[in-house]
Design a protein around this ligand. Structure first.
Ligand SMILES: Cc1cc2nc3c(=O)[nH]c(=O)nc-3n(C[C@H](O)[C@H](O)[C@H](O)COP(=O)(O)OP(=O)(O)OC[C@H]3O[C@@H](n4cnc5c(N)ncnc54)[C@H](O)[C@@H]3O)c2cc1C
Length: 376
């Protein structure tokens, strides 16, 4: 069996044993999935994108997509927490010191992205937060609007305006225990309720020169060239896992619910079978696109940019269509919390507003098609 095959078996096993059984409690209480995080760490999953020389698995986007998809089938929150960790690891791998890289590869430290700000909202490519040079490094001031794992991450990959250069963005590695950081109110969201996504305020947070990730003013190059393509794919993988879970539930209901007076099952109705067929086709179409986009990114294909933009937009929007079909198949049962489909519906809503939002993606894709610059 391949390394990825073995890893997926382990991840699916963990999802069946721990992640899936915990999802109702997580959704009710908005509790962070700590045990799942520990178990993923001990399986080496947190180090999937870390290089082998620091103890990671040295795998690429296609493997991360498969793992996130498998977890999202059982818990959207855990899948998104892992996705944000992977995105932070990309910057840590590229720019941080060996000690930090090892700690993220081993799962000892959890990372996340702190990009979105109250000032520039979902337009993360235009941070308004600042970094000011001081005698021993820099002072960071920011109002970050949404940070997944805000209370549970050990390190934030953080964006600011440059301190000296002209470019739009500089990246930082900010330890969560830095003095001057304060995390906002507990997350009580519509969906992804376990992912602890809340605001973080930074007031004169002192960081050393070594906290800067890459060159001053070049953060957006790395953000758009490396982090965003991976985030798009991982967000798409979350949507894909949620779609698959909806299809699975709908098939189960259609083949088990009985119309006693007709001595038949729901799936004996042609309308129900057609809904299932449409849901299956849409899910498989998205899977083909997402896997192809992941392959494009891993192999450096020329169409990578377009593919990864398309993948997030298609998966985010089509997941809503597929879940709607699932809810039609399941009828009133879909309205009941214990059935689980309404949680999938709520979790899936996040993708279209997570940056780049679907609206921004449509604009970027249109610009790419017309040979225009993405930003002007
Ligand atoms: C569950 C969850 C977890 C999150 N986790 C993180 C995280 O870990 N790190 C992080 O940095 N951020 C995170 N975010 C933030 C996310 O990436 C977005 O920045 C945020 O959802 C945008 O919300 P907003 O109210 O600021 O939207 P707004 O920017 O106010 O958008 C409102 C509407 O305007 C549209 N719009 C805005 N700008 C454009 C544009 N340029 N082109 C076209 N349409 C546009 C949007 O599509 C949307 O429909 C998270 C969000 C959620 C919901």
């Amino acid at each position: 069996m391949s390394e990825l095959g073995k890893l997926l078996d382990d991840v699916i096993g963990l999802s069946e044993r721990i992640i899936g059984p915990g999802v109702v409690h997580l959704d009710q209480t908005a509790e962070f999935p700590k045990q799942a995080g520990r178990e993923l760490g001990s399986l080496g999953v947190l180090g999937l994108l870390s290089a082998k020389d620091v103890g990671g698995m040295g795998l690429k986007a296609p493997a991360a997509v498969r793992v996130v998809e498998a977890i999202a089938q059982r818990c959207g929150s855990t899948a998104m927490i892992l996705s944000m960790h992977y995105c932070s690891v990309l910057a840590i791998e590229a720019f941080a010191n060996e000690d930090i890289r090892k700690k993220h590869a081993s799962g000892e430290r959890l990372g996340t992205l702190a990009f979105s700000e109250f000032g520039s909202r979902s337009n993360f490519w235009a941070p308004v937060s600042t970094a000011t040079p001081g005698p021993n490094g820099f002072s960071l001031n920011a109002e970050k609007s949404w940070v997944t794992s805000a209370n549970h991450a050990d390190d934030y990959v953080w964006s600011s305006k440059p301190h000296s250069a002209a470019g739009p963005m500089t990246l930082w590695l900010v330890p969560a225990d830095s003095a001057g950081l304060s995390v906002g109110p507990a997350f009580d969201g519509l969906g992804l309720r376990g992912n602890d996504s809340t605001s973080i305020s930074a007031k004169d947070v002192a960081v050393g020169e070594d906290a800067q990730l890459g060159e001053d003013g070049k953060g957006l190059d790395f953000g758009l060239g490396v982090i965003t393509p991976h985030f798009n794919l991982l967000s798409a993988a979350c949507s894909l896992g949620l779609m698959e879970a909806a299809v699975e539930r709908a098939i189960k209901q259609a083949t088990s619910a009985r119309l006693t007076h007709l001595n038949s099952r729901l799936c004996d109705l042609p309308t129900i079978r057609a809904y299932l067929a449409k849901a299956r086709i849409k899910t498989d179409m998205v899977r083909s696109l997402v896997y192809d986009a992941a392959d494009a990114l891993a192999t450096g294909r020329e169409d990578t940019l377009l593919r990864v933009l398309e993948a997030k937009a298609a998966a985010g929007e089509m997941s809503l269509e597929v879940i709607d079909l699932g809810m039609r198949v399941c009828g009133g049962a879909a309205f009941r919390k214990e059935f689980g489909l309404e949680r999938i519906f709520r979790d899936a809503r996040a993708a279209s507003v997570m940056a780049p939002t679907t609206d921004a993606l449509y604009d970027f894709i249109g610009r790419a098609l017309c040979g225009m610059e993405l930003f002007s």
